[in-house]
Design a protein. Structure first.
Length: 335
């Protein structure tokens, strides 16, 4: 297969982004994720994958993208591969990936995955790859209004999957016998976080867009083109046209607005089996796993797309909250 050519090229926070979405290019019909992340993104997950030597005229990030298209990456599907030169975007932000080894957990289903291509040598090339990764991670956190506490390692999600408890950074760096990833960044994770924070502090990242006019599309999901209600040059007009259950997407398929007000106080909801229950809207620690019929305490969306639930209709809206609210769950677990 010849070297890939991107559909679009942008510069995000100093990193050249080559867009080549597998949702548009899948000649070998490889298996693809199908779960939407629209309106549900809670952070960025950082991985490391090994440095590879490539032919003249290309980069490791393109080679990994090409290997994915050729089905040589098995069941790994990530949003970005980044090297010392550039990044290649493989998935739209509106689509979940396969990267965290946590099944339908928040790692796969609710975070944007970056594979940083490095080696154990940690030479100048590796450091440039890491810097590009930090710049990209900061830009993505900024785009979704998230702070440094929403930066995760692959190992974080393995520890959550295995029922470990702790702070975000404890889970980010805690030993997990399945895998320690990002292997080349974890030994200096605190320094990497400081670098990401410095790029967050630098202000809104500069995006150099392609010369084509930006259009905001209103759809149920980026991949569901048939559901499109319209395309608008004005973001505000797109938001006004966005019905309940729809989202506004930019030209790259990224969600910029979601109309998720489809739930009401006292609404009965059936929750799928093995759904994680949280004690708050922000925590990543699972209190326990539940299923069955519950009621929405107030029908108000909290952070991370979570809603407060209770066990009886008459408990809805009653105070004190702690006495009547069972916990918080993500709306995508409603059947």
């Amino acid at each position: 297969m010849t070297i890939l050519r991107p559909d679009a090229t942008t510069t995000l926070n100093g990193v050249k982004i080559n867009e080549y979405l597998l949702t548009k290019h899948n000649p070998n019909r490889i298996d693809m994720p199908s779960v939407s992340m629209a309106g549900k993104i809670i952070g960025v997950t950082v991985h490391n994958t090994d440095w590879i030597t490539v032919a003249s005229g290309t980069t490791p990030a393109e080679q990994y993208t090409r290997a994915t298209v050729n089905n040589n990456m098995k069941d790994v599907r990530v949003h970005y591969y980044v090297d010392n030169v550039c990044a290649w975007q493989n998935l739209p932000h509106s689509l979940s990936g396969w990267h965290a080894a946590d099944g339908s957990g928040n790692g796969n289903r609710r975070t944007i995955a970056i594979e940083c291509i490095m080696s154990s040598a940690y030479n100048s090339t590796d450091k440039k790859s890491e810097d590009n990764c930090a710049r990209l991670a900061a830009a993505l956190l900024k785009q979704y209004g998230l702070d440094i506490n929403h930066l995760y390692t692959h190992t974080h999600w393995l520890n959550v999957r295995d029922g470990r408890n702790g702070t975000i950074d404890q889970l980010n760096t805690m030993y997990n016998r399945y895998k320690m990833c990002p292997a080349y960044i974890l030994p200096h994770w605190a320094e990497f976080k400081k670098k990401v924070q410095s790029y967050l502090n630098a202000g809104t990242p500069t995006i150099s867009a392609p010369s084509t006019k930006q259009l905001y599309r209103v759809r149920k999901s980026w991949t569901d083109a048939k559901s499109q209600l319209g395309a608008y040059s004005s973001l505000e007009n797109a938001k006004k046209a966005c019905k309940v259950g729809y989202s506004v997407f930019d030209a790259n398929g990224n969600v910029v607005y979601t109309n998720g007000s489809q739930f009401t106080k006292g609404q009965k909801v059936v929750i799928r089996a093995n759904t994680p229950l949280f004690a708050s809207a922000e925590t990543t620690s699972v209190t326990r796993r539940i299923s069955g019929t519950y009621y929405l305490y107030d029908g108000i969306a909290c952070k991370n797309g979570r809603y407060r639930i209770t066990t009886k209709l008459e408990f809805c809206g009653k105070t004190p909250v702690g006495q009547y609210v069972t916990g918080y769950i993500s709306w995508d677990n409603f059947i």
